[in-house]
Design a protein around this ligand. Structure first.
Ligand SMILES: Cc1cc2nc3c(=O)[nH]c(=O)nc-3n(C[C@H](O)[C@H](O)[C@H](O)COP(=O)(O)O)c2cc1C
Length: 199
């Protein structure tokens, strides 16, 4: 962990030690390693327990790998091509609440899918893997690559792999291959009434 991450209050190290590298070692991931990540995501909370998240993945070395990579903007493709798996998180837009027959849109599907993705990347960290969420892709190309039906929205991609050497990255990315700091809690939290410290 670098100096850039200072912890104000004791929390489990998993929260602070997770970060999003861009250097990966081109190794393979087993199906079991990936399924462990989806298992963690499965236990995320969601409105109505609707569990609107869906994941579609491609592993390095399979027929789908290049197709998935090609949907990323060149900046992201440049480093993500060295990872081991590329996962797209999509959300279901319709949900039939228990006891009802008509589908509703909970309005929480993106929020809930974000929670599931957070669980997934924390599990990656616990599993000794690295993960990097991104939204720098061509959304229409993603829909096409996944053969995504109507009623589902693309939320994010998660690049997963094992950390590689930073010096294999282009110079501008080498400088960014470190954990980022965070705003102080006092800038984000207030008691009783809203008091953001945004400039
Ligand atoms: C919704 C979302 C979209 C992101 N999109 C990109 C992206 O397109 N390219 C990229 O390199 N990083 C992307 N990131 C990574 C963030 O820059 C990173 O999470 C943030 O700087 C905090 O750093 P950390 O994850 O290492 O703690 C994205 C993260 C999130 C949550």
């Amino acid at each position: 962990m670098t100096q850039s991450r200072t912890v104000e209050h004791g929390v489990h190290p998993i929260f602070v030690e997770r970060w999003s590298p861009r250097a990966y070692d081109e190794s393979s991931l087993t199906e079991a390693e990936l399924q462990t990540l989806f298992e963690a995501a499965r236990w995320a909370p969601s409105a109505y327990n609707a569990q609107p998240w869906r994941f579609v993945y491609a592993r390095r070395g399979t027929a789908d790998w290049q197709k998935f990579l090609d949907t990323l903007i060149p900046y992201n493709r440049g480093w993500a091509q060295h990872a081991s798996a590329l996962i797209f998180a999509v959300s279901a837009q319709a949900f039939v609440p228990p006891g009802k027959t008509e589908a509703i849109n909970t309005g929480s599907q993106s929020y809930d899918t974000g929670a599931a993705v957070a669980f997934l990347v924390l599990q990656a960290s616990l599993s000794g893997l690295s993960a990097h969420i991104l939204t720098g892709y061509d959304k229409e190309a993603v829909k096409k690559a996944l053969a995504l039906p109507e009623g589902y929205a693309v939320e994010s991609a998660i690049v997963v792999g094992r950390r590689g050497k930073a010096d294999a990255l282009p110079p501008e990315l080498q400088a960014r291959e470190v954990p980022t700091p965070r705003r102080p809690i006092t800038a984000l939290v207030s008691e009783g009434r809203f008091a953001s410290k945004d400039a």
